[in-house]
Design a protein around this ligand. Structure first.
Ligand code: ATP
Length: 235
C-alpha cells in the first residue's frame, strides 16, 4: 500500500535520510523504531510532502506521491497523526474534528464520521465543546487520532503517539491503534516505545542515523540483540 524506495531527504546541505526503503502492506501494522534524531519524523514529513525528497520514490496504492501536495495525499486516503499531536488548542474538540474532515464535502458524511469517531473515543463525545488545549495529554492524543480518522483514511501514519503519556494512557492508545486496524485501516507507526510497538505490530524497521539497519517481523525484532540492547534497555 505504501512503498518508499531509496528515499534521500536533506535539510539544506545536510542529508538526514539515506536511501530509505520500506513498505507497508494493506491490513498491516508496521512500526519504525529509532532513537532521538534518527530521522523518524523526517520520514513522516517526507511521506506527506512536508519535506521533498531529493531522490527515490514514494508510492501509495501504486501511484507516486513524492511530488504531490499534502492536501492531495490526505484526500487520496493517507492520514497523519503528527508528532506532539498538533491539535488546535484554542478551538473546540468539535472544531478540531471538523478540520480533520476538510477533504469531505457533505454535511451528512460529516455527521456520520463524527458519530463513528465518537463511538471509538467516547471521551471526546462528552467534550465536544471544550477547548482542545484544556484537555489532558491523553485526551489530546485521542483527539489527534480521531481528527485523522475524520478524513476517512485507508491508511494512517502516527508519529510517536505514546510520547509523554502515562503508562495507562499509553496502553489505551495502543489498544486504540489495534482497534483502528481491526476496522480495516492500515497503520504505520513511528515509536520510541519499542516494547509496546513491537507487541502490537506485525513487522518493524529500525532506523539509525537516517538509514534502515534492520527489517523483520515484530516477533523476531523483540528477540534481536541490537533491538534489545538499543531499544529495550537490554531487557
Ligand atoms: P525524535 O525522536 O527526537 O523526534 P526523529 O527520529 O523524529 O527524532 P527527526 O526529527 O526526523 O528525528 O530529525 C532528524 C535529524 O534532522 C536531526 O538531526 C534534526 O536535528 C534534523 N532536522 C530535523 N528537522 C530539521 C530542519 N527543519 N532543519 C534542519 N535540520 C532538521
Amino acid at each position: 500500500m505504501l512503498q518508499l524506495s531509496n528515499v534521500n531527504t536533506f535539510y539544506g546541505p545536510s542529508q538526514v535520510l539515506h536511501e530509505v526503503s520500506l513498505e507497508v502492506q494493506k491490513g498491516e501494522i508496521v512500526c519504525l523504531l529509532g532513537a532521538n534524531a534518527a530521522g523518524k519524523t523526517t520520514t513522516m514529513k517526507t511521506i506527506f510532502g512536508l519535506v521533498r525528497p531529493r531522490g527515490g520514490s514514494i508510492l501509495f496504492d501504486g501511484k507516486p506521491i513524492e511530488r504531490r501536495l499534502t492536501g492531495d495525499i490526505v484526500a487520496s486516503g493517507l492520514a497523519l497523526v503528527p508528532e506532539a499531536r498538533r491539535i488546535f488548542p484554542r478551538m473546540s474538540v468539535l472544531e478540531n474534528l471538523e478540520m480533520g474532515a476538510y477533504t469531505r464535502k457533505s454535511r451528512a458524511e460529516l455527521s456520520q464520521d463524527l458519530e463513528h469517531v465518537c463511538d471509538i473515543f467516547p471521551r471526546l463525545r462528552e467534550r465536544l465543546k471544550q477547548a482542545a488545549g484544556t484537555m489532558s495529554g491523553g485526551e489530546q492524543q485521542m483527539l489527534a487520532m480521531a481528527r485523522a480518522l475524520m478524513s476517512h483514511p485507508r491508511m494512517i501514519c502516527m508519529d510517536e503517539p505514546s510520547m509523554g503519556l502515562s503508562p495507562i494512557m499509553v496502553e489505551t492508545v495502543f489498544e486504540t491503534v489495534q482497534r483502528i486496524r481491526n476496522e480495516g485501516v492500515t497503520v504505520f507507526l513511528v515509536e520510541q516505545n519499542a516494547s509496546m510497538a513491537l507487541k502490537l505490530a506485525d513487522r518493524g524497521y529500525v532506523l539509525q542515523t537516517g538509514k534502515i539497519v534492520l527489517s523483520d517481523t515484530a516477533a523476531n525484532l523483540l528477540t534481536n540483540d541490537l533491538v534489545r540492547q538499543a531499544y529495550l534497555g537490554g531487557a
